[in-house]
Design a protein around this ligand. Structure first.
Ligand code: ATP
Ligand code: MG
Ligand code: MG
Length: 549
C-alpha cells in the first residue's frame, strides 16, 4: 500500500526535469567518518539514495574526510555496512573528499587571483570581534587590503608549513557588512598539522566545510545536494563560491532533521555514552545507531518506512517514538517466526500423562504465512508455563489456568488444573493438571469451547537462555530539553534487565540476528553473542505498546 507523504524536494526536481534543467539526477550521501550512523542518518540516506532511485539517477557515497582529527577507518567500514543493510547501493560511486585536496588548493589559488580571497592573521577572538553582530556592520580586517601577490605568497607559505597551527587563515573576500554572518569573509582554509588517513602528512592546511562541500558536489556533478536545515544560512556562501569559481553549479536543498522522543541523536553525544560506559558499545541494542538497532532486532524496512512516513519537509518537528515502534511491530508481526519461550517459569505436571512418553508436535512458524513452514516442538509430562498464566479464583476474562478450568496448551492438548502447590510465601511452585488424550492438536472432538490458549515449553527439552530485556535509554521524552542538566542525567537505570528464560529447543539453533515473536510475550532477536551452547536473545519490543502514562 502506497503511503502519501510530503517531499518538497521531489516537487522541485519534478519542476527541474519538466523545465529541462537536468538530464540525470545526481545526489550524494556525505558522512563524516567520525562515528557510526544513527537513525537520523537513515533519513538522509533514504532521501539521497531514494531520490536517485526514483528518478533513475545515481547517488554517490562520499566520505567527507576533510577534518583529519576525529576520523577513523573503523567508521568507514561500519558506514558502508550500515548503508548496505538498509538496502542501498552506491555501485561504483564511492568517493573521498580528501582526493580533491589538490583541486581545492588550485581553486583557492584561483580565488586569490581574482582578488576574492586573502590571508588573515587575526586570532579567533579578534576574528569574531571584527566580524561583529548581525545588527551592525563588521570591521574591515587587516589583510583585506593585501595585494593579490602578497596573498598568493602568504597562502603558499601556509601550505609550506611556514606558520604555526592557527596563526592565520585564508578567508573569502565577500562582504563584512552582510546581515548573514556566514558571508562576512568566512575562513575557507586553516592550518592544522594532523596526520590524515588518506593523504598522510602531505598537507598542513585543510579546507573548511563551506569551501570544501560545494566543490566536492561540483566536481562530482551533483545536481541536488540535500542537507539539514542548519545549513540554510550557509547556502548563499555555497552559491557564491561556485559562481566565483565558475565551475559546475550544484544546488543545495535543506530539509528538517529527524528527531525522536526518548532518543538523542548526535555522534558526539553517542560517543560519550560509549566512552563513559553507559552502554556496551556503538552497537549496544539501546543505541539509536543503525548497528544497535540491527542488533536489537529492528528491521531495515521499518526504518525506511519511518523515514517515508515522516516525509521530507522544512518543519522542525519531533516524531513520537511510539510511531516508530508501531511500524516495527507491524513489520515483525508480519515477518517474524513464532516460537514458544517462558520468561517467568512455573512448573506444570500432567498427572495422567505417561512418565516416559514424549511426543512431537508440528507447529506453524507463522499463523498466516504458510510458506514459513513448520517446526517440531517436543511435549512431555512436565512443562514450563508463564507464572502469569495461573491465578487463584480467576475471573472469567482471565486467559489462563485457575483451579477447575480447562485451557489449551498451544498446538498440543487441552488440560485442566486440579490443584496447585505453593511455597511459604504463597508463590505457586507447581500446577497439578490432567490432560484429555482425545484433544491432540488442541481441539476437542465433542466441540467443547476452550477460550484460553497458552504457550508452554517441555521441561525436559527446555533450553535455558540469557534474555536481555531492553527498555528506553532515557526516562524523559527530551533529554536535551533541560538546559541546567546533562542529557546523561536522564539515563534510565532500568534500561536493561537480564533474565533466564526457558526456550523451546529449536531456538538454540537460530542464527544470530534471526527474529522471533515469542508467542504472547514479545519480539526477540538472537544476539550476536548467541551460540547453541549459550543462547542469548534480545527483546526487540514488547508485543504491544505499553499504555501511555
Ligand atoms: P551528528 O550531528 O549526529 O554528529 P552529522 O550531521 O554531523 O551528525 P554527518 O556525517 O555530517 O553527521 O552526516 C551525514 C549526513 O546526514 C548529513 O547530510 C547530515 O545533514 C545528515 N544527518 C545527520 N543527522 C541527521 C538527522 N537527525 N536527520 C536527518 N539527517 C541527518
Ligand atoms: Mg556533519
Ligand atoms: Mg556532527
Amino acid at each position: 500500500d502506497e503511503i502519501k507523504t510530503t517531499n518538497f524536494i521531489h516537487d522541485i526536481i519534478d519542476a527541474d526535469i519538466a523545465e529541462g534543467r537536468h538530464q540525470t539526477i545526481v545526489t550524494r550521501f556525505p558522512p563524516e567518518p567520525n562515528g557510526y550512523l544513527h537513525i537520523g542518518h537513515a533519513k538522509a540516506i533514504t532521501l539521497d539514495f531514494g531520490t536517485a532511485l526514483k528518478y533513475g539517477g545515481r547517488c554517490h557515497l562520499r566520505f567527507d574526510d576533510t577534518n583529519p582529527e576525529a576520523e577513523d577507518i573503523e567508521y568507514v567500514n561500519a558506514i558502508q555496512e550500515d548503508i548496505k543493510w538498509l538496502g542501498f547501493d552506491w555501485g561504483e560511486h564511492l568517493y573521498w573528499a580528501s582526493n580533491y585536496f589538490d583541486r581545492m588548493y588550485e581553486l583557492a589559488v584561483a580565488l586569490i587571483k581574482k582578488g576574492k580571497a586573502y590571508v588573515c592573521h587575526l586570532s579567533s577572538e579578534e576574528f569574531k570581534d571584527y566580524r561583529g553582530a548581525p545588527t551592525e556592520p563588521g570591521k574591515e580586517p587587516p589583510g583585506r587590503k593585501n595585494s593579490i601577490e602578497e596573498n598568493l605568497a602568504l597562502f603558499e607559505k601556509m601550505k609550506n608549513g611556514e606558520f604555526e597551527d592557527g596563526a592565520c587563515v585564508l578567508r573569502a573576500r565577500i562582504d563584512m557588512t552582510s546581515p548573514n554572518l556566514h558571508l562576512r569573509d568566512p575562513a575557507i582554509y586553516r592550518i592544522k598539522r594532523a596526520h590524515h588517513h588518506n593523504t598522510g602528512d602531505k598537507w598542513c592546511i585543510y579546507p573548511m566545510y563551506d569551501f570544501a562541500h560545494c566543490i566536492e558536489d561540483s566536481i562530482e556533478g551533483v545536481t541536488h545536494s540535500m542537507c539539514t536545515m542548519e545549513f540554510e544560512v550557509h547556502r548563499p556562501l555555497y552559491d557564491w563560491i561556485l559562481e566565483e569559481l565558475d565551475v559546475f553549479r550544484s544546488h543545495q536543498f535543506e530539509f528538517s532533521k529527524l528527531n525522536l522522543t526518548y532518543v538523542v541523536l548526535s555522534k558526539r553525544r553517542l560517543l560519550q555514552l560509549v566512552n563513559e560506559g553507559y552502554v556496551t558499545g556503538w552497537d549496544d541494542p539501546r543505541m539509536p545507531t543503525l548497528c544497535g538497532m540491527r542488533r536489537r532486532g529492528f528491521t531495515a524496512d521499518a526504518i525506511k518506512k519511518l523515514c517515508e512516513v515522516v516525509g521530507c519537509t522544512k518543519y522542525e518537528g519531533i516524531t513520537e517514538i511510539e510511531l516508530f515502534e508501531s511500524i516495527i511491530r507491524d513489520d515483525l508481526n508480519e515477518h517474524s517466526l513464532r516460537a514458544m519461550a517462558v520468561v517467568d517459569p512455573v512448573k506444570v505436571i500432567i498427572e495422567n500423562y505417561p512418565e516416559e512418553l514424549e511426543e512431537n508436535f508440528e507447529l506453524p512458524n507463522h499463523p498466516q504465512q504458510e510458506e514459513l513452514g513448520t517446526r517440531t516442538v517436543p511435549f512431555s509430562k512436565e512443562l514450563w508455563i508463564e507464572r502469569t498464566d495461573y491465578m487463584d479464583d480467576a475471573p472469567n476474562k482471565f486467559r489462563g489456568f485457575t483451579v477447575g478450568r480447562e485451557v489449551r496448551l498451544r498446538g498440543a492438548y487441552l488440560a485442566t488444573c486440579n490443584s496447585v502447590e505453593k511455597d511459604a510465601d504463597g508463590n505457586v511452585t507447581v500446577l497439578h493438571c490432567t490432560y484429555d488424550p482425545e484433544t491432540k492438536g488442541g481441539s476437542a472432538p465433542d466441540g467443547r469451547k476452550v477460550r484460553s490458549t497458552i504457550h508452554w515449553v517441555s521441561a525436559k527439552h527446555a533450553v535455558d537462555a540469557e534474555v536481555r530485556l531492553y527498555d528506553r535509554l532515557y526516562t524523559v521524552e527530551n533529554p536535551l530539553g533541560d538546559k541546567e542538566k546533562d542529557f546523561k542525567d536522564f539515563i534510565n537505570p532500568d534500561s536493561l534487565e537480564t533474565i533466564t528464560a526457558k526456550l523451546e529447543p529449536i531456538l538454540a539453533q537460530a542464527a544470530p540476528g534471526t527474529r522471533f515473536q515469542f508467542e504472547r510475550v514479545g519480539y526477540f532477536c538472537a544476539d550476536k553473542d548467541h551460540t547453541p551452547e549459550s543462547p542469548v536473545f534480545n527483546r526487540t519490543l514488547t508485543l504491544r505498546a505499553p499504555r501511555k502514562k
